[in-house]
Design a protein around this ligand. Structure first.
Ligand code: ATP
Ligand code: LTN
Length: 330
C-alpha cells in the first residue's frame, strides 16, 4: 500500500456526465484503481465559478458520486470524496493563490473559453480556478493526474507552482505528472465536431449523456454530423464528424482506428452509425442499472461521501500542516 503511486483526479459537479467524461476520464479512473492509491473527488467548489441553482448543485454532486460508483469505482479500493467537505482544499487554494502569477492565469485557455461563454460573470474564482485545482492535486502528494486533454494545461501549471514552492521552502510537494489517454482524450460534440463534447453544451443532440436511454443514444448518433463522402476513414481535418465517431467506436471496442476502417470498408454511414450506437448502448448497459439503484439509495451515498471525506481529510491535513509551517502561518 505504502509504495503505490498516488492518483488524484476530479470531475466538476456541473450536470449529467457525458460520454466524453466517461471515455476521457472515468474509464481510466476505474482502470487505475487496482494498481494505484486512487483519490477521486467531486469538484463542487470549482462548480461555483459559474452561477448555479443551489438545489441543482447539491443534486449534481450526488449524481457525480453515483456515476463514479456505477462506472466501477469501488469505494473500498479508492477514496471518493466531495471537495467542499475537506476544508483543506479551500485553505491550500488560498495559499497557492499567493504563489501563482496573473501572467500564468491569463494564459489558461479554459479561463478564456469560459469568460467568453459567461461574459456577464467573469468572477475572480473563474480566474483563480487553476490554483484551487493545484491545491486539490498537491494536498494528496499525487504522482499522476488522469484527465482529458483540456485539463493538461492546468496540471502543467500545478507542476510549475509546486516547483516554485519547493524551490522557496525546500521539498514540500510531489511534482505530479499529467496522464492523458492516447485515444479518446478529446471526444467532440456530435453536432459540432470541432468543439469538445461538454456537460454544459446547449446544442440539442450534441452530447451523449451516460443516463441517456438506448433510444436517445441511437437517435443522437443517427443525427450526428458527418460529410458527403460516405467513406469511413480517419481524417480529423476534413472529416471531423466521422473521425470522432471512429474514435468513440475504437476506444469502446479496444481496437485501432485501422481496424475500424477495415471493418466498415465498403459500408455506408448508416451501418456505421448503427454499430457505433449499439457499441455505446452495450458499454453503458451495466452502468444504467447500477446508477438508478444508487440514486434511489441516498443513505448509501451519504455514507460513502462521509467516510470518503474522513479518509481524504487525514491525508490532506498532513500536507496542509507542513505548508502552514513552511510559510509561517500559525
Ligand atoms: P463543463 O461542461 O461543466 O465544463 P465538462 O464536460 O468539460 O464540464 P469537466 O468536469 O470539466 O467536464 O471534466 C471532467 C473530466 O472529463 C476531465 O478530466 C476532462 O478533461 C474530461 N473531459 C471532459 N470533456 C471531455 C471530452 N469531450 N473528451 C474527453 N475528455 C473529456
Ligand atoms: N478542472 C477539472 C476538475 C478538477 C480536477 C481537479 C481534475 C478539479 N480539481 C484536480 C484533476 C485534478 C475539470 O474541469 N475537469
Amino acid at each position: 500500500m505504502e509504495d503505490k503511486k498516488v492518483i488524484l483526479s476530479g470531475i466538476q459537479a456541473t450536470g449529467n456526465l457525458t460520454l466524453g467524461n466517461y471515455i476521457g476520464a472515468l474509464k481510466n479512473f476505474v482502470r487505475m484503481q487496482d494498481e494505484f492509491d486512487c483519490n477521486y473527488m467531486i469538484a463542487n467548489m470549482h462548480a461555483l465559478t459559474v452561477r448555479r441553482d443551489p438545489a441543482e448543485l447539491k443534486e449534481n454532486t450526488l449524481k457525480v458520486l453515483a456515476t463514479y460508483i456505477a462506472a466501477g469505482i469501488d469505494p473500498e479500493k479508492s477514496t471518493i470524496f466531495v471537495q467542499s467537505q475537506v476544508r483543506e482544499h479551500a485553505e491550500l487554494g488560498w495559499v497557492l493563490d499567493c504563489y501563482t502569477y496573473m501572467g500564468e492565469l491569463n494564459r489558461m485557455t479554459q479561463f478564456k473559453d469560459k469568460s467568453a461563454k459567461h461574459a456577464d460573470n467573469i468572477n475572480a474564482g473563474l480566474y483563480t480556478y487553476p490554483s484551487l485545482m493545484a491545491g486539490d492535486i498537491l494536498l494528496y502528494q499525487a504522482d499522476i493526474v488522469p484527465t482529458g486533454e483540456d485539463q493538461k494545461q492546468h496540471v502543467e501549471l500545478t507542476r510549475d507552482i509546486a516547483e516554485r514552492f519547493n524551490k522557496l521552502y525546500g521539498d514540500t510537494f510531489k511534482i505530479p505528472e499529467p496522464y492523458i489517454p492516447k485515444a479518446g482524450a478529446r471526444i467532440m460534440g456530435l453536432q459540432d465536431p470541432t468543439s469538445k463534447m461538454s456537460k454544459s453544451s446547449t446544442i440539442p443532440n450534441d452530447t451523449i449523456l451516460l443516463v441517456d436511454t438506448p433510444e436517445d443514444i441511437m437517435k443522437k448518433v443517427k443525427k450526428a454530423v458527418t460529410d458527403s463522402e460516405g467513406v469511413v476513414k480517419y481524417d480529423v481535418a476534413n472529416k471531423p464528424g466521422v473521425s470522432n465517431l471512429m474514435t468513440i467506436y475504437s476506444v469502446i471496442n479496444n481496437i485501432t482506428l485501422d481496424d475500424v476502417e477495415k471493418e466498415f470498408e465498403g459500408k455506408g454511414y448508416g451501418d456505421f452509425k448503427t454499430a457505433v450506437a449499439e457499441a455505446i448502448v452495450k458499454e453503458l448497459e451495466p452502468f444504467h442499472k447500477k446508477y438508478n439503484e444508487l440514486m434511489n439509495n441516498r443513505e448509501y451515498l451519504e455514507k460513502i461521501y462521509t467516510e470518503g471525506a474522513k479518509k481524504a481529510s487525514e491525508k490532506a491535513s498532513k500536507t496542509l500542516r507542513l505548508v502552514y509551517e513552511k510559510v509561517g502561518l500559525i
